[in-house]
Each structure stands twice: as structure tokens, then as C-alpha cells.
Design a protein around this ligand. Structure first.
Ligand code: PMP
Ligand code: GLU
Length: 405
């Protein structure tokens, strides 16, 4: 057999330049350490620990038995899109017709579709920082130039309308934000979004991706506010949502957009070349999730709130940390900068990345460094796990921080 000697492994510039997802990298690292026998408490990945509610699973089983095993329309079954249209009206008072809705393989793909369909190389994409890791990576894949709008724990990690205005240039094409926010848990109020809408409407070339995937996990007691609810900017807004968080359906890979018709059509075309649409069985399960009442979902949210309160009290006991009480999602994003310059066994810790690696090795607790989210002070902790594990994790963190001198 002749062995080719001229072969040189090579990849595209695009993939060489792409950053690996930091949340997924940290989850992989802690899985590897667990497999080696280490007792790791993994608080890295944003994934509910609850199982998918039974009635949703039953709908999936029925879908299989009923023969829903073929390609679906690229944008999703009409019945599912009708259920989404109903959900938008029921929960958000938003009017999206079936043809304005595109169902995808997770909200992650919904965002990727929307970015690919709106951003040209060189266009500026505004990211209030800290932002969810994949926004920047996806925008860069589209050739976009990311511009971070900085916030800090003192402002509860929220941008103001005036700040947004000062970042807009003739090249600004897109703003991407999440509320409730991953990684900070912050929630924009109706009034704050109204002010943001005032700025957006002055810039008709600009679109906004409003990522509402944590909509149900909101502890403010106020109704969830949607930017698309302001009719004067609705034509500029792409509303993203999904099933992973509220219905504990991460593995089903199901997300969707409600968007202006021309954007929905573009995303349908994009997806027709990439995936031909998402899994038929997951779609039937998603339809059941939206059409049933939200009792199961509310039970999970109550549990998240209890854990949040517990973890908040425990984190506040650790000297030096700055912690805010998150209003939604299931993350703490706390400031560890008081520990920069401190050392352990002669090694000086200078950044959130150093601190998260130290905590992984010494406390055996996996968190995610703020750097991946565009922040240089904080680390992210997911509290989507049992109270028992969270209590033990906070005990370990307290001990590990106390060892730094
Ligand atoms: N947006 C945000 C803010 C998220 O945290 C996630 C978490 N995975 C997603 C989108 C994507 O969710 P999925 O693809 O699982 O629907
Ligand atoms: N959104 C979750 C997180 O931020 C899941 C991981 C991911 O999809 O990147 O941890």
C-alpha cells in the first residue's frame, strides 16, 4: 500500500480562529476529572438538574408510535409553530403569526441563524458585557466585529439607554442581549426596555436579538418584559426562546424565534441548507410542553428560588467576595477581584481564570471564569443542582479562599 507523504493536516481560518465554548470546555474538564476519581462538584454548565416533566416525555413516546419519524417542514411542524404563536400571545402578549416563527435545533441555532442572516463582514455587533459566551463566537463567525458595552456589579450588570446610544455607529447592525441574563441573572424591567427601545427606533438599520430563554426563571414578581412588545421597534426585534431551561429539555435541542417575516424566511432558508429542521419527536414534545399548563415549570422555578436564597446567604459569608442577588436565571456571577495578587503555594492568582482553575484543583468545584463572558472581575456559578451539593460547594469555596494569602 502506498502511503501518501504529501498530506498536511489543515483547517479553515474560520475554525482556527473560533474559540471553544468556555462553558462546554469547563464541563468537559470536570467530567474528565470525575472519571479519574476526583470528587468534583460541577457548577459550570447551565443545565437544570430536573428531569423533563412526564407529560412531555409521554408526548414524545406517542409521537414515535404515531409515526412522526420523517423530515418535518424546515421551520417546524405547523402545529408546533401554532403552539408557539399561542404561547407568545399567552405569555408575552406578542402577535407572531405561524410564518414568523422558525423552530431550530436549540436556541443556540436560532441565534446562529439570526446572526448569519443579519450580519455582513465588518458590521458591528453590540454585546452588553457580561454576555453569554456563544454570542461573540457566532458573531465573529459571521465576520462581525464585536463591541462590548461594559457594565459592573454596582449597576447590577445592566446597560442604560444612554450607554447604548453612545456605542452606536453607522456600522452597528445588531445588539444581542439576554434577560433574564446568562451569566448575571439580571432582569431588565419594562421601563428600562422602553428606554432602550427609544434608542433602537432611532437607528432603523439596526436589529436586536432579544434572548428570552430564561423567561420563566424570574423571581422579580413582575411580568417578563419583551422588547418586541413595543410596537414601534417590533420590526427590528428577533425574539429568541426555547425549551432547554424552563422545561428542563436541554438534550431535546429545541429552540425558536419570532421575527419580522423577511428574517423568518431568511432563517428558514439558512436552516434548509444546514439541518433541514430539527427532530420530529422533539417537536411533538415541545408542542405538548407549550399547550399544557405551567405547573411543573413553576415547581422547578420555586426550587431555583430556594436554592438562590440559600446560596446567596452562603456566598455572602465568604470574605472579600462581592455578590449580588440575581433576579432570574440560575447563576451567580460574583466578583473575586479582592483575591487578585494573593497566592497559594507560591503561585500568584491574577485573574478570574486563575481563580477558577485554583478552585477546581483545590476545592474541586467547577465554575466558569468571567473572561469567557467578557468580564475580568467575576466567576460564574450555576446553581441548577441539589441544595446539598450547593451547600457543600460553598463550604469548599470558603475554605479554599481562606487558604489564599
Ligand atoms: N441563550 C442563552 C442565554 C443560554 O444560556 C443558552 C444555554 N444553552 C442558550 C441560549 C441556548 O440554549 P439551547 O440551545 O439549549 O436552546
Ligand atoms: N447555556 C448553558 C451555559 O451557559 C449551556 C452551555 C452552552 O450551551 O454553552 O452554561
Amino acid at each position: 500500500m502506498t502511503v501518501a507523504t504529501h498530506y498536511m493536516p489543515h483547517l479553515s481560518d474560520r475554525i482556527e480562529q473560533l474559540q471553544e465554548s468556555a462553558t462546554i470546555r469547563m464541563a468537559k474538564l470536570s467530567r474528565e476529572l470525575k472519571a479519574q476519581g476526583h470528587d468534583i462538584i460541577d457548577l459550570s454548565l447551565g443545565e437544570p438538574d430536573f428531569d423533563t416533566p412526564q407529560h412531555i416525555k409521554d408526548a414524545a413516546k406517542k409521537a414515535l408510535d404515531d409515526g412522526f419519524t420523517k423530515y418535518t417542514p424546515v421551520a417546524g411542524y405547523t402545529e408546533l409553530r401554532r403552539a408557539i404563536s399561542y404561547k407568545f400571545k399567552r405569555d408575552n402578549n406578542l402577535d407572531y403569526s405561524v410564518d414568523q416563527i422558525v423552530v431550530s435545533t436549540g436556541a443556540k441555532q436560532s441565534i446562529a441563524n439570526a446572526v448569519m442572516c443579519t450580519v455582513n463582514p465588518g458590521d458591528e455587533v453590540l454585546l452588553p458585557a457580561p454576555y453569554w459566551v456563544s454570542y461573540a463566537a457566532i458573531a465573529q463567525l459571521a465576520g462581525g466585529v464585536c463591541r462590548e458595552i461594559p457594565t459592573n456589579i454596582e449597576s447590577n450588570f445592566k446597560i442604560t439607554a444612554a450607554q447604548l446610544e453612545s456605542y452606536i455607529t453607522p456600522r452597528t447592525r445588531l445588539l444581542i442581549y439576554s434577560s433574564p441574563c446568562n451569566p448575571t441573572g439580571s432582569v431588565y424591567t419594562h421601563k428600562e426596555l422602553r428606554e432602550i427601545a427609544e434608542v433602537v427606533k432611532k437607528h432603523p438599520r439596526m436589529y436586536v436579538i432579544a434572548d428570552e430563554i430564561y423567561e420563566y426563571i424570574n423571581f422579580t414578581g413582575e411580568p417578563h418584559a419583551s422588547l418586541a412588545g413595543f410596537s414601534d421597534v417590533k420590526e427590528q426585534v428577533i425574539t429568541v426562546n426555547g425549551f432547554s431551561k424552563g422545561f428542563a429539555m436541554t438534550g431535546w435541542r429545541l429552540g425558536y424565534i419570532g421575527a419580522p417575516l423577511h428574517i423568518a424566511k431568511a432563517c428558514d432558508k439558512m436552516q434548509g441548507q444546514f439541518t433541514s429542521g430539527t427532530c420530529s419527536i422533539a417537536q411533538k414534545a415541545g408542542e405538548a410542553a407549550l399547550l399544557s399548563d405551567l405547573t411543573e415549570c413553576r415547581k422547578m422555578v420555586d426550587e431555583f428560588r430556594k436554592r438562590r436564597d440559600k446560596v446567596y446567604a452562603l456566598l455572602c459569608e465568604i470574605p472579600g467576595l462581592k455578590v449580588n442577588l440575581p433576579d432570574g436565571a440560575f447563576y451567580f456571577f460574583f466578583d473575586v477581584s479582592a483575591y487578585f495578587g494573593k497566592s497559594y503555594k507560591g503561585e500568584v492568582l491574577q485573574s478570574p481564570e486563575d481563580i477558577s482553575l485554583y478552585l477546581l484543583n483545590e476545592a474541586k468545584v467547577a465554575l466558569v471564569s468571567g473572561e469567557a463572558f467578557g468580564d475580568r472581575q467575576c466567576v460564574r456559578m450555576s446553581y441548577a443542582t441539589s441544595e446539598e451539593k450547593l451547600t457543600e460547594a460553598c463550604r469548599r469555596l470558603k475554605n479554599a479562599f481562606a487558604l489564599l494569602t
